[in-house]
Ligand binder design. Structure first.
Ligand SMILES: [Cu+2]
Length: 636
């Protein structure tokens, strides 16, 4: 541990904060912390800092205090009561089980990028002013196991997307290949560890756009072990006319370099990193400063699936170490997003209110109440909650309501050490993933099954009770026998976990991050997001314990830490220790603070340097400033 390291932790971790007995939390010592950063653009500043003061009285109903809400003990009189969010009229009725999802996804085909990607930003060709790619010659110039693979995607508007036949064709913002129509979710990228990837993201969004959403993009690959300049940092947003505060200039496209190495690359010296750190289910999405919620709500998300020797994506793999999980076309990602529509069936969203808009219709891969026809065999489904705010608890049921079982094999990006068999529910908050295997060979041809959400939710702040029978969000129809024998399996051992060293954990620096409501907005340790200011500086190769704290029972916060997976060490709820459920005992990248709770997480920071973020993944909280920048610095 170097003196620089100690200094950083001291200055930016604990030292810059003092414990406030009065508030039971932490308060900044510095006079500048928590103030409006001067670098914000006028429009962003207007949206954020007038929303609470000016718009809230117009948008909210009477200031009837929320009876469920309990604050931490506070000797001072309660501040003004929390306003009750406006309840919008329900979306008009939809026609269920008509829209069909494709029987298999079509992986995005690779291309040969022209001009070829380069170390420096190719501003002459229209690339935005990004920083140079880190370790480019080493990780891109010399292919390791597989050739360098290029992909190219365009973000653009599709004016005629159909969510459901009851609603008119309407605009979405999605992803397209070349001149094709944009889709939401975007095309699925299927890649392998050892195969360096460059994805060229073009910004072809309408720059004269009006309404919610903002036509700049910063594409994040959640939770890739990616160099900072390719991580989709919120301040790195760009369009042909605009550049975020952390970019050198605007542009039409940006190259993202995904080395597809496992965390621990430097210490393992095997050209790949620690295979126990390999990820499986990732997703790319816009992360633009202040506008992630409306931009994602409009459709800017897609899957990025990763394979390696173990999880090889081939159920007929002859390699004895291959898991042989169900593979393409029986490996199928499904994303769930809550959406709300006006009386005319058009998507609505309030990007000004710090309460956002809770969707009452669930778009499953962009379709409301769709059908997926399946063969009578095993399928691997990668479930993802793309938000903005709803949490789900899904059950698989027969049409008579009888609950069916499945096998839970992965949480967030990660395969579990061992499968959880005979599960009957899966619970995911925004940005969480659940990898499950359903065996449809148990059912006669013609069987229909529902995936139903039983978690009630009436506001964007947090979910309510679990109630049967719930709302069916998609239907499976077992309509055929598979054309060949199902050789896939779910072995009893999946991916081993890297060991935890208790002495190392005990010696690790601890940072405490309190997620709280401040002035009607959302803050971390009392401060709003500032993309220009790092709140923690960590030496490359460091390891730390982060205490994530929610001091309020009125809200949940699914917290996402970019860059590396963490391990949950302990959880408390209302001050009492609670067990870590089996599906959260592996590696994770989203830690759900459910009411008044604390989660202690062990994290490492390896292989790359630069700026990253931690934020609440309730997209509304994130946009209304519950985010912070942290940096990794070379430890020399
Ligand atoms: Cu939150």
């Amino acid at each position: 541990m170097t003196s620089q390291f100690l200094e950083n932790v001291s200055t930016l971790g604990a030292g810059a904060w003092k414990v406030s007995i009065r508030r039971g939390g932490w308060e900044p010592l510095s006079g500048t912390e928590g103030q409006l950063p001067e670098s914000r653009e006028g429009r962003r500043a207007f949206l954020k800092f007038t929303a609470a003061a000016m718009a809230a009285p117009l948008l909210f109903a009477s200031p009837d205090s929320n009876a469920r809400r309990r604050r931490a003990p506070d000797p001072e009189p309660e501040p003004e009561p929390e306003p009750t969010p406006v309840v919008l009229p329900p979306s008009p009725p939809t026609i269920p089980w008509v829209e069909e999802l494709p029987s298999a996804i079509t992986p995005l085909p690779p291309v040969s990028l022209n001009p070829a990607p380069a170390l420096n930003a190719n501003t002459a060709a229209g690339e935005c002013g990004r920083a140079d790619h880190q370790r480019w010659a080493e990780l891109h110039g010399t292919p390791r196991q597989y050739p360098v693979t290029h992909y190219e995607l365009s973000t653009k508007e599709n004016p005629a997307w159909v969510f459901n036949p009851a609603y008119p064709p309407q605009r979405i913002w999605g992803f397209a290949v070349g001149s094709a129509a944009a889709t939401t979710p975007g095309p699925t990228i299927m890649t392998r560890y050892g195969e360096p990837v460059v994805v060229r993201f073009h910004n072809d969004l309408p720059q004269n756009h009006v309404g919610f959403g903002s036509p700049e993009i910063s594409m994040h690959l959640h939770n890739a072990h990616a160099p900072s300049e390719s991580d989709g940092f919120p301040g790195d947003y760009f369009s042909p006319n605009k550049a975020g505060p952390t970019l050198a200039g605007p542009g039409q496209f940006k190259d993202h370099f995904y080395p597809n190495i496992c965390a621990g690359y430097d210490s393992y010296q095997n050209g790949l990193g620690d295979y126990r750190e390999a990820l499986a289910t990732l997703w790319y999405h816009d992360h633009t400063f202040d506008f992630t919620a409306p931009n994602l709500y409009l459709g800017m998300a897609g899957f990025y699936l990763m394979y390696d020797e173990l999880d090889s994506g081939n159920e007929r793999d002859a390699n004895p170490s291959a898991l042989r999980l169900p593979s393409h076309p029986y490996d199928y990602p499904l994303c769930f997003g809550d959406r709300r529509f006006d009386a005319g069936g058009r998507l609505v969203y309030d990007q000004v209110s710090p309460e956002g808009t809770l969707g009452d219709k669930i778009a499953v891969n962009g379709k409301i109440e769709p059908v997926l026809r399946v063969a009578a065999r095993k399928y691997r489904f990668r479930l993802l909650d793309i938000g903005p705010s709803r949490t789900y608890e899904f059950y698989l049921t027969k049409t008579n309501g009888v609950v069916q079982t499945f096998t839970y094999i992965g949480n967030d990006g990660n395969l579990l050490a061992a499968p959880l068999k005979n599960q009957f529910k899966v619970h995911i908050a925004v940005a969480e993933r659940a990898d499950i295997v359903i065996d449809f060979s148990r059912y006669p041809i013609g069987t229909e099954l529902y995936l139903s959400n039983r978690l009630e939710q009436i506001e964007t702040r947090q979910p309510g009770e679990v109630k049967a029978p719930g709302t069916p969000v998609m239907k499976f129809i077992v309509d055929r026998y598979p054309p060949e024998q199902d050789l896939s399996r779910v072995p009893d051992v999946l991916r081993p976990l890297p060991p935890l060293d208790l002495a190392e954990i005990a010696a690790a620096p601890v940072r405490r991050w309190v997620f709280e409501r401040t002035n009607g907005m959302w803050a971390i340790n009392g401060q709003f997001f500032n993309p220009n200011s790092a709140r923690a500086v960590i030496p490359k190769g460091g390891a730390e314990v982060w205490e994530l704290v929610n001091i309020d029972n009125g809200w949940d916060h699914p917290i996402h830490v970019h860059f590396e997976e963490g391990r949950i060490l302990s959880k408390t709820k209302d001050g009492l220790n609670v067990p870590v459920p089996a599906h959260e005992q592996g590696r994770k990248d989203v830690y759900v603070l459910n009411g008044m709770s604390t989660i202690r997480v062990f994290l490492r920071f390896r292989d790359f340097t630069g700026k990253y973020v931690m934020h609440c993944h309730n997209l509304i909280h994130e946009d209304h400033a519950m985010m912070l920048r942290w940096d990794i610095k070379d430890d020399d």
